[in-house]
Design a protein around this ligand. Structure first.
Ligand code: GLU
Length: 326
């Protein structure tokens, strides 16, 4: 029996220049796929028309090429979510026909006001205001509505390859979630599932901040009748305040990094973070001294890659003297 070909993907949102955390995602997903003899595809998640810009797509591709992270397919045309509406349309119709969706007119402000305070990441758990609510339907007739999917009152179980078994009760973790916004924009959860399915993705490798999303996505895979990929999340790169790296950490975006480091040095730093290279004599296994960098290529790392080496704890990026000096 022939084994199914592994297809991994990198699915960046071109809302700015890639930062070190994005490059870490690219590298880990690349190495996971390539170490199994698989393909690595590039999907551009440019659904947010306001924030995504064509120039960021160009920069992203140039930065990946500079780093030696060459994708096998994708990066343009049908691999851009902005060109894939018809596929999302079809999936949404299927869910509508199954009676799993309903229109929602709640505004963000209403939801914020209604949500109970909880120590969270700012996520709103939808309280179900518009579900089975004929009054709201009558009241809002003719007004553009968002579309939500009804989540079942059951626990979704999945086994993440790196973080192990997960049990997520969607009803209490996120509630009925959005598939399409009232302005017509497709929601990430629907688009990502349709794309991973139609692009034949067999493994989803990304930061652990998307573990909850994996449960939402697995639920959608099942109701749409698609074969789900395996999920493999990895720890986040954080700044010294313990916050996930983001566009605000400008010192770590590719523009700034390329002024300070060669491609081989950037890959080498990330390989240390990923546990693939020894950490240069530092006492902390989750940090690396950037002044002891032996450049390497992504291809050098393929034979070294093993999930058992990758830490599960988030990684604090040390912006060290060399970074400040240059
Ligand atoms: N586009 C998402 C991001 O850049 C990644 C989504 C995914 O990997 O599923 O954060």
């Amino acid at each position: 029996m022939s084994r199914k070909k592994i297809i991994g993907r990198f699915a960046p949102s071109p809302t700015g220049r890639m930062h070190l955390g994005n490059v870490f995602s690219a590298l880990i997903s690349y190495l996971s796929a390539k170490s199994q003899g698989g393909e690595w595809v590039l999907r551009i998640e440019d659904l947010d028309r306001g924030r995504c810009k064509p120039e960021y797509i160009d920069l992203l591709k140039r930065d990946l090429e500079f780093l030696g992270l060459e994708w096998d397919r994708g990066g343009e045309g049908e691999w851009c979510q902005s060109a894939r509406s018809e596929h999302y349309e079809r999936a949404l119709s299927m869910l509508e026909e199954k009676g799993l969706t309903y229109p929602c007119w709640c505004t963000r402000a209403e939801l914020m006001a209604a949500s109970a305070p909880h120590e969270s990441d700012g996520r709103i758990i939808y309280p179900g205001t518009c579900r089975d609510n004929a009054e709201r339907v009558a009241l809002n007739a003719g007004r553009p509505a968002a579309t939500r999917i009804m989540v079942p009152d059951e626990v979704i179980k999945l086994t993440d390859i790196h973080y192990g078994p997960q049990e997520v009760a969607l009803a209490s973790s996120c509630g009925d979630f959005i598939l399409r916004r009232s302005d017509g924009a497709w929601a990430y959860q629907l688009a990502v599932v349709v794309d991973d399915a139609l692009m034949g993705v067999t493994e989803v490798v990304r930061g652990r901040d998307l573990l909850l999303s994996a449960a939402q996505q697995l639920f959608l895979f099942n109701v749409l009748g698609y074969t789900a990929p395996s999920y493999c999340h990895f720890p986040l790169l954080c700044n010294s305040l313990g916050q996930r790296l983001s566009k605000r950490d400008a010192a770590l975006d590719m523009g700034a990094l390329r002024e300070r480091y060669s491609a081989g040095e950037i890959i080498s730093i990330l390989a240390h973070y990923a546990g693939l290279l020894p950490s240069g004599g530092t006492d902390h296994s989750d940090t690396v001294q950037h002044n002891k960098i032996e450049p390497c290529t992504p291809q050098d790392l393929i034979p070294l890659f093993d999930w058992s080496k990758v830490p599960t704890k988030d990684i604090i990026v040390q912006v060290n003297d060399r970074m400040k000096r240059l």
